[in-house]
Write a protein that binds this ligand. Structure first.
Ligand SMILES: [Cu+2]
Length: 331
């Protein structure tokens, strides 16, 4: 097959040599190529707009946190500016090859430089980009500023392939941890010799109150993971050996969002957004946003790790063991 194509090509070349048409600067495909540029522009343009409009609701999830309004506004300002520039430059990029396709009768003019034009197209984008970067930087430093004192703390630890959730318990202080203490029952390596750890508890669902600051303390057990709660506009890497954090204020309860979306099955979720291995896709945790009173009630009803796994108290030093035993009696 290839040799036939090669033969045909050779014959064509020989024929053009005989006819003298090989002296021409452009072949017959010059015009076709020029037209294909326009076809590509229109075709991909239509595809892009069609897809963006069709999938718009999936890109633009309803916002359920205070700072989400700020990040979305920044996103759309950036999108508008870069979008307009993108569309204009691409129209020029593809229309010019068509308009200025090779013609025997036309001669290109020599136009080596224009300082004024170059200054304009350097300074204008520099100013616009500086404004975008500065406003983005300002928003980011506000969002990542230290959490308020009264923030509700939730620890989220990523591992292959799960999120382990820990709450500080009644004392509102998370106990220490150490990776060397990790066992099958103590997956998070909690150090129960620290008295702050005795009342820590775990939950299969991340329950948080509406309208109050929540601080996620994030870490990873093995590889890089990343906490992503799209409705909260929250994304933060979970890095082994380097704790990270993100605080925010949820603005709509799960029930309110269900009503708004007219979807009784709706759940807020945390997904892992760092390709962390084979089970990456399964790293999902539901976030349940409830009214503050319901949160307090739920919080006070939870059983601590020690209450759920009394064996954890066995090897503890006397002081911690005494505290653990008080808890076990309360059970
Ligand atoms: Cu992961």
């Amino acid at each position: 097959m290839l040799s036939i194509i090669w033969m045909v090509y050779r014959i064509q070349t020989l024929v053009s040599v005989v006819k003298g048409s090989d002296k021409k600067l452009a072949s017959g495909s010059n015009r076709i190529n020029a037209i294909l540029f326009v076809v590509f522009l229109v075709g991909t343009g239509i595809l892009m707009f069609w897809y963006s409009i069709k999938e718009f609701d999936n890109y633009q999830l309803p916002i359920a946190s205070e700072h989400g309004v700020v990040t979305d506004r920044l996103f759309w300002i950036t999108m508008a500016i870069t979008g307009i520039v993108f569309i204009l430059t691409h129209i020029l990029l593809f229309i010019f090859p068509y308009k200025y396709q090779y013609k025997e009768t036309r001669k290109a003019s020599f136009y080596p430089d224009n300082n004024k034009l170059e200054i304009i197209w350097t300074i204008v984008p520099a100013i616009v980009l500086a404004l975008l970067v500065v406003s983005g930087w300002k928003a980011w430093s506000d969002i990542t500023a230290p959490a308020p004192e009264n923030a509700h703390v939730v620890e989220i630890m990523g591992s292959q392939f799960n999120w382990d959730i820990r709450y500080p318990g009644k004392d509102q202080v998370l106990g220490d941890y150490d990776y060397r203490l990790i066992t099958a029952t103590n997956a998070q390596g909690i150090d129960f010799t620290d008295k702050n750890a005795i009342d820590d508890f775990s939950s299969p669902v991340v329950v948080i109150p509406k309208g109050e600051p929540v601080l996620f303390k994030i870490r990873a057990r093995d590889v890089l993971h990343s906490v992503f709660a799209p409705h909260m506009r929250l994304k933060m890497d979970a890095v082994p050996g380097m704790p990270t954090r993100f605080w925010f204020v949820p603005t709509k309860t799960t029930a309110e969002m269900r009503e708004e979306l007219n979807d009784p099955e709706f759940e807020y979720e945390i997904a892992c957004t760092e390709i962390c291995g084979r089970g990456h896709f399964s790293m999902r945790r539901v976030i349940e946003v409830v009214e503050p009173e319901a949160y307090q009630k739920w919080y006070s009803e939870q059983q601590s790790f020690i209450q759920q796994n009394p064996a954890l108290a066995d090897d503890l030093p006397a002081e911690a063991k005494a505290l653990a035993e008080i808890q076990l009696r309360e059970k």
